[in-house]
Design a protein around this ligand. Structure first.
Ligand code: SPV
Ligand code: MG
Length: 557
């Protein structure tokens, strides 16, 4: 008999249409005139590897799953624990899985629930064996007792009546040969199980030659496909099995055995060599682990669905000396003055990084070699002595792109101020200290960056949620119109960066750039009708212009 003689089309459409469900594909494998192969897998990873290797179906081996879980093949893992493993295997693959359902984990009733759950989890079929629960692996001991035929047929019928996928396959496994009950008993059972509705019969043997399988095949009526497991008679040429009419061969445990050998060898070497050097070139790379896990798909999905997290960069303008600090800035710019053991700029960069701003570009000028922080970009304004902040920012124009924070290099601020700016609405948003207003209205102190806004700071929790807008920004506003002081920190959206870049280019063109401050840049944008938003803060920042500021900085930290 050849396999082609087994004619049991389920719906008559299998040969015409490519089967869509996993169960239909398993059915097609069982009924195909070609010899089919199922390869063992015991977890999501091994299942993926089986599929990648070109196999059309998976054998979810009870022995291998148990071994991978560190337990014996004696129903020590509960059926729901096995189902959890199967779910990972099924999720990880697109080919059908025939699961080794042992004895069905109990009687007909347990079998009903098992089949329902397997259908729910996308498992294509189950194989149950006619032994007693709890089972023992077929290769252990002799003369294992068999289930009563009638009772086992009831289990088959219960399983078939419970499937919710019409193509789900139930394979009935005959242990008569393994248990030493003989050829006739095996055939008697095969007939009974086919009659009860089994979609295929697995006839098992633990002999090292295939004689008893071949004898079985000679007398088998062919009423349903035959599946075999040549673990012991592996020496029999596969072609001989095909010619005998076998439908499907299960390579039952070779991935778990390969894994065991590989893990034992790598453990032995690392343990004896106390080094990874010897094994590194011989094991899968981490890249291979990531590839198998499908990390590239996640990266694609992140791009498609992930929260659009704008990469914000920062430009820190730190070109000036800070002459008011006298001797302290003789050999370094003021941004590198030590404030409690760390240069001011290092503290500023650290605050930016903690706020999620990783790409920081510092515009250097005076004593530029003293700015030697690791992992910052630097650009130089070599004309620092004769130019202002706008020209310094122009030197970093190529970094002024996308979301961008612009900061003076001599300020320190609490991180929540940066957070508020980053979350504030608007293309250009300035942090403005409202508490400075009184001080500055009196005209006291050095020239501050004063602002006049669309509304004053209220201190009111709800009102402060509404943005205020910049009307004017200058060092010399009339005291009564001052609403606060810009602290030297701004956040630009991609459009904001473009606007500022454009304005700087225009200033370079009209010759006003060299002497311009950032206040001039913002003022020109307002004049052009652009909106600049303001977030009011109340203190909690400082700039370091002179030794008094420096003393205050020590208290701030
Ligand atoms: C299994 O792989 O768990 C099997 C096949 O049941 S065998 O180990 O050959 O019995
Ligand atoms: Mg098994």
């Amino acid at each position: 008999m050849t396999k082609a003689q087994v004619v049991l089309p389920r719906t008559g459409t299998e040969t015409l249409l490519e089967p869509h469900t996993k169960a239909a594909r398993l059915r097609a494998l069982l009924y195909s005139p070609e010899l089919s192969f199922l390869m063992e897998a015991h977890d999501g990873l091994s299942a993926k590897i089986v599929e990648e290797s070109g196999f059309k179906g998976i054998w979810a081996s009870g022995l291998a799953i148990s071994a991978a879980l560190g337990v014996r093949d004696n129903n020590e893992a509960s059926w729901t624990q096995v189902i959890d493993v199967l779910e990972f295997m099924s999720d990880a693959t697109t080919i059908p899985i025939l699961v080794d359902g042992d004895t069905g984990y109990g009687n007909f009733n347990n079998m009903r629930r098992l089949v329902k759950k397997l259908c729910q989890r996308g498992i294509a079929g189950v194989c149950i064996e006619d032994k007693l629960f709890p089972k023992t692996n077929s290769f252990l001991g002799d003369g294992q007792p068999l289930a009563d035929i009638g009772e086992f047929c009831g289990k088959i019928k219960a399983g078939k009546d419970s499937q919710t996928d019409e193509d789900f396959c139930l394979v009935a496994r005959i242990e008569a040969l393994v248990g030493g009950w003989g050829h006739d008993e095996a055939l008697r059972r095969a007939d009974a199980y086919a009659e009860a509705g089994a979609d295929a019969i697995l006839v098992h043997s633990k002999k090292s030659a295939a004689d008893e399988i071949l004898a079985f095949m000679r007398e088998w009526s062919g009423r349903c496909p035959i599946v075999i497991v040549p673990t012991m008679f592996y020496g029999t040429p596969t072609d001989v099995l095909h010619k005998a009419g076998v439908s499907t061969v299960i390579w039952a445990n070779h991935n778990i055995r390969a894994a065991i050998s590989a893990m034992q060898e790598v453990c032995r070497r690392i343990q004896s060599e106390h080094s990874l050097v010897g094994v590194e070139g011989e094991i899968a790379t981490l890249q291979e682990v990531f590839r198998l896990a499908g990390n590239s798909e996640l990266a694609d999905a992140e791009r498609r669905y992930g929260k659009a997290r704008e990469e914000i960069r920062a430009i820190v303008i730190a070109a000036s000396r800070g002459a008011d600090l006298g001797e302290l800035t003789k050999d370094r710019p003021k941004c590198m003055i030590d404030v409690r053991g760390r240069p001011l700029l290092r503290r500023l960069v650290s605050t930016l990084r903690k706020g999620g701003v990783r790409d920081v570009t510092v515009v250097r000028g005076y004593k530029k070699e003293a700015i030697d922080l690791p992992s910052i970009n630097t650009v130089d304004n070599d004309a620092y002595a004769t130019t202002g902040e706008a020209a310094s920012l122009a030197c970093a124009a190529s970094h002024l792109e996308g979301g961008c924070v612009v900061s003076y290099g001599d300020i320190l601020f609490r991180r929540y101020i940066l957070d508020a700016l980053l979350h504030g609405r608007g293309d250009i948003v300035l942090a403005v200290d409202a508490l400075s207003a009184d001080k500055r209205r009196g005209g006291a102190g050095r020239a501050a960056d004063l602002v006049s806004c669309s509304r004053r700071f209220t201190g009111n929790y709800l009102l402060e949620k509404e943005p205020a807008f910049l009307r004017r920004i200058a060092n010399n506003l009339e005291p009564e119109s001052v609403d606060g002081e810009w602290i030297g920190l701004a956040r630009l959206s991609a459009r904001g960066s473009e606007l500022v870049r454009g304005e700087i280019a225009a200033m370079a063109e009209d010759g006003s750039l060299a002497s311009a401050s950032l206040l001039d840049v913002f003022s020109r944008l307002i004049e052009k009708g652009e909106t600049i938003s303001v977030i009011y803060i109340a203190g909690n920042w400082l700039d370091v212009d002179d030794v008094f500021d420096l003393a205050e900085a020590r208290n701030f930290l």
